[in-house]
Design a protein around this ligand. Structure first.
Ligand code: ADP
Ligand code: MG
Length: 462
């Protein structure tokens, strides 16, 4: 038994303590200036340090959203200058007066057993993404109802497959199901990307037996963003076996994806048909009413949390709802900006204030596609699109090609393999190389920096 516990912990990221938080705070002050530092960054605390990521404490959810939307990239960059192995930062909300207790709680948790620690690394259910604060509307009603039904009658709809575009609430619903079922079931909640990460790690460590055991013992298996397994044959194989063995023993499976099973790209037919074998429900783009209801609810939440009145008029709510097009994640981001502005200036905003605040935001939100990037970049460098996509390696063609790949990674939600495919079927490692090269040049070379900024503004303006 002991042995097993130890082995499972192999998947968890090792805890490490090398950072001196005061030094990092000082560097924040220098980089961001004292105004931003005093109002925001000073309040961030270091909760836990692993070799590849940090858990930082922030006082409120609003605070976290604000920091993530405005400063995260720079924060990560700064912290990385102290510790190169870091790849990401996670935030934990710790109410100011409870901060000490919370930290103690976490430390205790870690002492309990190693297995707990590894579960923490797999099963990050977010207590805030529950059914209670999921707002229903025409576009998500069916998905919502069946998610609830799955919780009432486990394994009646099996698998439940939830599909819909980015930022429409898939992860929120899956997480809500996990929360609802976790007391009476062994719930496993994992993104397909993390599933792959653990899969590869286990292969490298020659530890597949534990990997299989670990996933197959769940009675509710929730896997987010399954489209990610596209193209990865051995991963699909493993997923297929996990899927079958869970179905055989009557476990409930819940899956999300950005598209319907039969529309999945480069996924084996037998898997697609397995995925469609239960119930497929769709989340569509929100209508105006749903967007307004989400905004109202968010404002209420913030008012309750801070015990303060938020001055946002109905007119402004209508404006924000109408202007933000399809994505609920962005809608919430936009709303946070409006609220922050109204608080800082302590005034009731008019629609025209709002227009000004959001000018930048809405233009950034405009949909930027790989096609558009390819067109604009090739025009900018005066080469033809087919030259840019060709296999020729001369620098006047290779650089623009790399810039276009870099921007596709930075400005769209496409994955590396997808981007590779759109560049005449190149491998994802070529895309990684391009992203690295251009990131480096954009830092060192003024000409490159200027080119990139100009292309970005062309993309945003058009
Ligand atoms: P997806 O997984 O489909 O990309 P998410 O579940 O991450 O989208 O949702 C994006 C954000 O929008 C999250 O903060 C989520 O809580 C919020 N959200 C989405 N749909 C709703 C809803 N119907 N009610 C309340 N919040 C929602
Ligand atoms: Mg998601």
């Amino acid at each position: 038994m002991d042995n097993k516990i130890k082995k499972q912990n192999v998947y968890a990221s090792e805890e490490e303590k090398t950072l001196i938080w005061d030094d990092i705070q000082n560097s924040f002050k220098k980089t961001f200036g004292s105004e931003i530092y005093n109002s925001w960054l000073q309040k961030i605390t270091l909760i836990k340090e692993y070799n590849d990521y940090l858990i930082l404490g922030v006082p409120t959810r609003f605070f976290r959203d604000w920091i993530v939307s405005r400063y995260l990239d720079k924060i990560l960059e700064q912290v990385k200058s102290f510790k190169l192995s870091l790849t990401r930062i996670e935030f934990k909300i710790v109410e100011e007066n409870k901060q000490n207790q919370e930290i103690i709680k976490i430390d205790e948790l870690n002492k309990v057993t190693e297995i707990k620690d590894s579960i923490l690394n797999y099963n990050r259910l977010n207590p805030k993404l529950n059914f209670e604060n999921f707002i229903r509307g025409k576009s998500n009603d069916i998905a919502f109802s069946y998610s609830k039904k799955v919780c009432e009658h486990v394994s009646r709809y099996n698998p439940l497959y939830v599909c819909g575009g980015v930022g429409l609430g898939k992860t929120h619903l899956l997480n809500a199901i996990g929360l609802e079922l976790q007391n009476d079931n062994n719930v496993m909640f994992i993104s397909a990307e993390r599933f792959m990460y653990h899969f590869i790690k286990s292969i490298k460590k020659n530890d597949m037996v534990n990997f299989k055991d670990f996933f197959r013992k769940s009675s509710v298996f929730i896997i987010d963003d399954i489209q990610f397994i596209s193209g990865k044959e051995s991963l699909q194989e493993e997923f297929f076996h996990t899927f079958n063995s869970l179905m055989d023993k009557g476990s409930q499976i819940i899956i999300s994806s950005d598209r319907a099973p039969m529309k999945l790209d480069r996924i084996q037919d037998r898997i697609k048909s397995r995925l469609s074998g239960g119930l497929v429900v769709d989340i569509e783009s929100p209508d105006l009413e749903l967007k307004k209801n989400i905004i109202k609810r968010k404002i209420e939440d913030i008012q309750n949390q801070f015990k303060e009145n938020i001055n946002i008029s109905d007119e402004v709510i209508d404006y924000v709802a109408a202007e933000s097009k399809t994505n609920i994640r962005e809608l919430i981001g936009v709303l946070n900006r409006v609220i922050a502005f109204s608080r800082v200036h302590n005034k009731i905003l008019t629609t025209s204030d709002c227009k000004n605040i959001l000018k930048d935001v809405f233009s950034q939100i405009k949909v930027i596609t790989v096609d558009k990037i390819q067109n604009i970049v090739s025009n900018y460098f005066n080469i033809s699109l087919s030259e840019m996509l060709s296999q020729r390696r001369s620098r006047p063609l290779a650089r623009p090609r790399q810039i276009a790949m870099y921007l596709s990674k930075k400005m769209t939600t496409r994955s590396l393999p997808e981007i590779g495919r759109r560049f005449a079927n190149r491998d994802h490692t070529t895309v990684i190389h391009a992203v690295k090269t251009i990131s480096r040049l954009a830092e060192q070379d003024d000409e490159m920096k200027k080119n990139i900024n100009q292309i970005k503004s062309l993309l945003i303006d058009q």
